[in-house]
Structure formats: C-alpha cells, structure tokens
Design a protein around this ligand. Structure first.
Ligand SMILES: [Zn+2]
Length: 448
C-alpha cells in the first residue's frame, strides 16, 4: 500500500501550521542567557512533537549546561536507507520590536506569509521534517533520525562533540540539512556551495601616547590615517579583493536579474556593484572583504590630538576550495606588506569557518532533483551557492564522509531571516513539505 502523498499533505497541513505557530511562540534565543529556559522549552516541544509520531526521542547535550539538541529516530523497512534530517530550534534575537509590523513572538499571517521570529529560520525546517513524517505515518519509506540542534545561531560550539558522542545513532546514508532556501518563489534549489569566513581584528599603532596634532602633525603619522590606508589596499579600484593567493571558482550559470538584485541587496540609489565577473560568482565563489567594525575616537568631542592606535574588524568570505588556514596566512602577509610608515601591526584571528563545496552528483542527488521537480510542477532545481557560511555543514561532511549531504530549506529571497519581519511564504512551505516527502519516497525506492 503506497502512501498518497498529495492527499496526505492536505490532511496534515492545518495541524502542521498550528504546531509551527506554537514553536514560534517560544522565545528560544540562544544568544540571550536570560532566555536559556526558552531554549530548553523549544527542545522539549520539539522532542514531544516527534515522540507523538512514534519516534524514540530524547534531549541530548554535550556537557552539563550545554545547549539542548533533540535526537529522535524511527525505523522504516528492513534494509532501507537511513536518512538524517537536520534543523535547529534556536533562533536569532528579535531585536527592536518597533521594527516589526506584528509582534515577533506572535505568529501573524499577512498576505502570502506567516510572520514571526523563527517562522522560517529554522522552525519551519523542523516543521517540514515533521510534515514529511506525518505524511507517511507508520509507513516510512526509509529509516529516519532527526537531529535538531539548539545552538546554530551562536556557532554550534558543541556540535562536533554531539556528532562524535552519538555517532552510531546519527550514522546515515543521506543527510538532509533544512536550513537554507530556494532560489525564488516557484524556483527550487539545492544549495551546493557555501563560502567560508575569516574574521580578523587589525590594530595599527603609530604613537606610544596621544600628542598634539598641531605640534606633531605633518611629521608623525596618526593611526587612523595609517589604518585607513591599509584598509584601502584590501581591494583594487574595481573592488576586487586584492589579497594575493586566495582561491576563486566558477558558479553555476544562474542569472541574477538586476531589478531583483537592486530590491534584495539594500544598495542605496546610485551605488555601483564592486568586483568583476558574473554576479553569482562575486557572491558565491570569489572572496570578499568587508570592514564590520572600527574603533577610533568619536567625531563629537574629537580633540586636536594624533590618535595613537586604531582598530578594525575584517570580515573576509572565502571561496569554496580555499581553506581558512591559507586565507589567514595570505591576509596576514598582505597586511604586513602594506602597512605604511613603520606602524606597529597587531592581528588577531577572531574566528573562522571553512567553505563548503558539495559534489552534488549520485543517486541521492538525482532522487532529490526528481522530488523537487515533481513538487514544483516540473521546475528543475538550480544548484545554488550561498555567500554566507554554515560552518556546521563542513562538520557533517567530515563526521559522515560516506553520506550524501543535501542542503535544502524553506527560505526565499524575501524571508528576512535574522531581520525584522521574518516571514515564511506559506504556499512555498507546502511545496517544501511535499518535496521532502517525495524525496524520502524516492530514497526508499533506490536499489539496495
Ligand atoms: Zn538557520
């Protein structure tokens, strides 16, 4: 007896929507110690949702006081492949409530979307897995194991330990990471490349103490001018990263229409794009450098003083195929070579995350592409890159080198994950659930 996925989908959606809304009402902000109890509550709610579907579900943590993750498993047919479904139950801070058009913790439908913090990232990822599970009930086509972590938004510090400690239970043939998105409404995608991240603090010192700018200006360089010159060397005139020895790659042949780019990027009127080459390569497969913080005296109250030291934070995205070790070394060498006027340079690596390139070929990827095309009425998924990093994907690839890792998700270009008015496109979400059910069915049908 095969499950009629389309019919079951219609039956499960209303309840799924209610359960998603209940999850959104839990303020599971992992970055806020005052709301640690809410993160516990969201773990419990997640565990209970899967336990109610007949899963052997438990809360696990790497050590006492570590954030709670949920592991839940349910057996399918003897000899069927095992599929690990990943999502995370913690969310980003909601920040200023005044920026939201409806309360961030009260899921609210407006237009095509359900708004609320976590309505997409990533409680809808949990809900998508739950929906697929409910569609099949006790007729699962594969063995399933859920891994829903509670610290993704704060860097997944204990993820490696959890994967190691529960390696046997989490071992899978296919891993579905539902924490990315689709290319556009009506255009599904598999995320196959992600840039890595190197953050480095750079301090430049030109004086042992502040001195009068009238007495010494013209002879002694000030640190802000010196740091500014150094920052200016990081890009060439076109805006390409000028640090030598970094890796660049090619991206899939995907068009990013100018109008959409203007609307989505937040670029102010008249702003020119920086860098050379296809748009998606500049965003996905070439390095970028941004300055995300600057320590210097405030303009208001600035005195006639040569400032002895100034500091900035460099946020460098590195292309798939590069390594953070290489990038750190190349950046440091560049800074040392270009710092002007004999200033003292101090660099500190803040954190790093490796880039990921997934070899999206083989039966699991074929099964996924067929499932997506079926759910989106014949529209084939595109291989999408993501400019940002999801460092834990590299950790899954390393912990389970035999597994096929599929990166999917519920987001679309207007989801505003991490921002105010985060919203889930409801019609698209239904397709995501349907696609995941098709995927599980297709994986269950692969030759053993
Ligand atoms: Zn997420």
């Amino acid at each position: 007896m095969t499950v009629d996925i389309a019919a079951r989908l219609a039956e499960v959606m209303p309840g799924l929507r209610r359960d998603l809304e209940d999850l959104v009402r839990i303020q599971s902000v992992s970055a806020d110690p005052a709301r640690a109890g809410e993160v516990e509550r969201s773990a419990e709610a997640t565990r209970d949702l899967f336990a109610a579907e007949g899963f052997d579900a438990e809360i696990v943590r790497a050590h006492d006081g570590a954030p709670p993750a949920v592991i839940a498993s349910k057996a399918g047919p003897e000899g069927a492949p095992t599929v690990l479904l990943y999502a995370h139950h913690d969310v980003q801070p909601e920040n200023d409530h005044a920026d939201w058009d409806s309360p961030p913790w009260e899921p609210t439908e407006r237009g095509d979307r359900l708004y609320g913090r976590g309505a997409a990232d990533d409680k809808a990822g949990i809900a998508a897995h739950l929906g697929a599970v409910r569609i099949f009930g006790d007729e699962l086509p594969v063995n399933l194991v859920m891994f829903i972590e509670g610290e993704e938004e704060v860097g997944s510090d204990t993820l490696v330990d959890l994967l190691e400690a529960h390696k046997d239970r989490l071992a899978a043939d296919v891993i579905v990471i539902a924490d990315s998105g689709n290319w556009d409404i009506g255009e599904p995608a598999l995320t196959t490349s992600l840039r890595g991240l190197v953050r480095m603090d750079v301090e430049v010192r030109t004086l042992t103490h502040a001195v009068h700018s009238g007495m010494w200006g013209g002879l002694v360089p000030d640190s802000i001018m010196t740091l500014s010159r150094l920052i200016a060397t990081l890009n060439d005139d076109a805006g390409n990263v000028a640090v030598e020895g970094l890796v660049s790659g090619r991206a899939a042949d995907v068009e990013y229409p100018e109008a959409r780019l203007r609307a989505e990027s937040g670029a102010a009127e008249g702003i020119e794009w920086i860098g050379d080459g296809p748009i998606v390569e500049r965003l996905w497969t070439k390095p970028s450098i941004s300055i995300t913080g600057l320590d210097a005296p405030k303009v208001e109250g600035a005195s006639n003083t040569l400032v002895p030291s100034a500091r900035c934070r460099i946020s460098m995205r590195i292309a798939p195929g590069d390594t953070t070790a290489n990038a750190v070394q190349r950046l440091q060498a560049h800074l040392e070579k270009h710092v002007a006027w004999g200033a003292t340079l101090t660099t500190t690596v803040v954190d790093t995350g490796e880039a990921t390139q997934i070899d999206a070929s083989g039966p699991a990827y074929d099964a996924a592409r067929a499932a997506f095309a079926e759910a989106w009425d014949g529209t084939e998924p595109v291989d999408m890159g993501v400019g940002g990093s999801i460092p834990f994907i590299a950790e899954f690839l390393e912990a389970f080198p035999q597994a096929s890792v599929l990166v999917t998700g519920v987001e679309d270009p207007d989801t505003r994950a991490h921002g105010a008015n985060e919203g889930l496109h409801l019609a698209e979400f239904e397709k995501v659930v349907k696609a995941e059910a098709f995927l599980l069915r297709n994986l269950g049908a692969l030759p053993r």
